[in-house]
Design a protein around this ligand. Structure first.
Ligand SMILES: [Fe+2]
Length: 146
């Protein structure tokens, strides 16, 4: 659905293969079934809320064709949210606690990812500055060695 609409809106971007890259983390194996289903449930709920915001924005802009697409996707996400919630209720004796734990885990993961991004940027700019500042010293040492 999204690909077809994207091709209608901007065929050049829709045909770009770099737009289709995805990564994966084997979360079912690392989290276990209950925690994984709680994680998926939280993600489906967040996705539904975000897509609803896009749907409302498209309605405000008067793009009825895209809004109708998002209406269908929001309904689909609500279905995913409901059935993952139902599965979680069968897997867990405390589904609310499992959902709260999934939210905390996602927050912690977001914190780590933000830290990784910030530290990578700090390292890159520190090294650039360091090499720039050391360049005159390198020239001096090269001349002194002759
Ligand atoms: Fe979904």
């Amino acid at each position: 659905m999204f690909t077809l609409r994207a091709e209608q809106l901007d065929p050049e971007v829709a045909a770009d293969p770099t737009q289709y890259l995805a990564d994966f983390e084997h979360l079912f194996e690392s989290l276990g079934e209950e925690r994984f289903v709680a994680f998926v449930h939280v993600g489906e709920a967040r996705g539904r809320r975000q897509l609803h915001i896009y749907r409302d924005e498209l309605a405000l802009r008067g793009d009825d064709k895209s809004r109708a697409l998002f209406d269908a996707v929001v309904a689909d996400e609500a279905h995913h949210e409901a059935y993952t919630g139902a599965i979680l209720a069968t897997l867990s004796t405390k589904p609310r606690a499992a959902i709260a734990r999934a939210r905390r885990w996602e927050l912690w993961r977001a914190w780590l990812r933000a830290g990784r991004l910030v530290s990578a940027a700090v390292f890159t700019w520190t090294m650039r500055l360091l090499y720039l500042c050391l360049f005159p010293l390198a020239l001096y040492e090269k001349r002194r060695a002759r």
